[in-house]
Design a binder for this molecule. Structure first.
Ligand code: AMP
Ligand code: TRP
Length: 359
């Protein structure tokens, strides 16, 4: 884990002036792309942490969660579908428990400061660093997309998202670690070049690895881009769909229920899912003694029940909210307004540092 502030830098003024307060006020920022209903992997591997952080936060901490539409268009999107998925992403975040009165919840594309800061940071970003981004290389290697500037500079826009709010902590999945390193380096490069203390160096909070694998091929991550929809469980799947997908989940020829991710990845993935969806702390992933006399069929229905009890409240809340256009709109507007008031202050500070203030 990285320190939030580098050792060599003087204590930031807001910490100096509040000597009575020993803990550091956290500013938590994270984002999700509006590209399809999140699946169980997104939820257990990333989103659930957003809700935990909200619950664990202190009153003076700030939480900012964003639906990142500008990132979504780095790959071709159908406009009508994107419009609908922006709203669905907002409804999903509300349905899993993000409270818009506690957290700032907004659409990144509605706060134009993100694009402007991304341009400024892009002028500092070394091409060599961007060339080494594994996320970019992975997307290009599929052969499904052309090499375009927006996709290439995706991590710079992400850095702008984070730095605009002077975030101290960024909850993300393991695959985003490199983007956070770049964010810190850009923050430091800016501070050094302009002899400023404008940006904090944000720390990543890597979600405790709940990597969920495909139900059809347990060597692959559960993914929204996999061709077979039976490989993933969407947060809006019905109880029947969930039961069917888990019943059909590929395991192996042994019917023993044991935790062995290397040699028994299929059944181990189901144990991870069961463990993550159950609130019973006694049920450890590796504690499988209680399944000694359980058939695979019964085990799978137990997993399906656990998933359904976790997903059902999210699903019904999602449907209720997604059809309430007025409410979603008011949350989005209010969130964008609150986000803008912070973002515009940072951008003004940045522009005046580099000599671009309005004259
Ligand atoms: P993506 O939809 O791949 O852009 O992922 C959005 C977030 O969900 C990232 O933080 C990922 O690390 C996380 N994520 C995606 N798929 C999985 C998975 N199968 N298991 C755990 N986390 C995942
Ligand atoms: N790149 C992130 C992902 O694919 C999404 C994202 C965009 C993000 N901007 C962000 C995450 C800022 C954290 C902070 O999951």
């Amino acid at each position: 884990m990285h320190r939030v502030f580098s050792r060599s830098r003087p204590t930031p003024s807001y910490r100096r002036s509040s000597s009575f307060r020993s803990r550091q006020r956290k500013v938590i920022f994270s984002g999700i792309q509006p590209t399809g209903v999140p699946h169980l992997g997104n939820y257990l591997g990333a989103l659930v942490n957003w809700v935990h952080l909200q619950k664990a936060s202190q009153p003076d901490d700030q939480l900012i969660y964003s639906v990142v539409g500008l990132h979504a268009i780095t790959l071709p999107q159908d406009p009508a579908q994107l419009r609908q998925e922006k709203r669905a992403a907002m409804a999903t975040l509300l349905a899993i428990g993000i409270d818009p009165t506690r957290s700032i919840l907004f659409h990144q594309d509605e706060v134009s400061e993100h694009a402007e800061l991304a341009w400024i940071l892009g002028c500092l970003a070394p091409l060599g660093r961007l060339n080494r981004m594994t996320t970019y290389k992975a997307k290009i290697s599929t052969g499904k997309t052309d090499e375009r500037l927006g996709l290439f500079s995706y991590p710079v826009l992400q850095a702008a998202d984070i730095l605009l709010y002077k975030a101290t902590h960024v909850p993300v999945g393991e695959d985003q670690r490199q983007h956070l390193e770049l964010t810190r380096d850009l923050a430091q490069a800016f501070n050094q070049q302009f002899r400023a203390e404008t940006f904090h160096l944000p720390q990543d909070i890597i979600t405790p690895s709940k990597r969920i694998f495909s139900l059809r091929d347990s060597s692959q991550k559960m993914s929204k881009s996999a061709a077979d929809p039976k490989s993933r469980i969407g947060l809006t799947d019905t109880a029947d769909e969930i039961a069917l997908k888990i019943r059909k989940a590929i395991t192996d020829s042994s019917h023993e229920i044991v935790w062995d991710p290397k040699d028994r990845p299929g059944v181990s993935n189901l144990l991870t899912i069961l463990h993550a969806c159950t609130t019973d702390p006694a049920l450890d992933t590796s504690a499988t003694a209680e399944f000694r006399n359980t058939s695979l069929v019964d085990f799978k229905s137990r997993v399906a029940e656990a998933v359904e009890s976790r997903v059902a409240p999210i699903r019904s809340e999602f449907h209720r909210l997604n059809s309430d256009e007025g409410y979603i709109q008011s949350v989005s507007r209010n969130g964008a307004e609150r986000a803008r008031s912070i973002a515009s202050r940072t951008l003004q500070e940045v522009k005046s540092r580099i000599g671009l203030e309005a004259i």
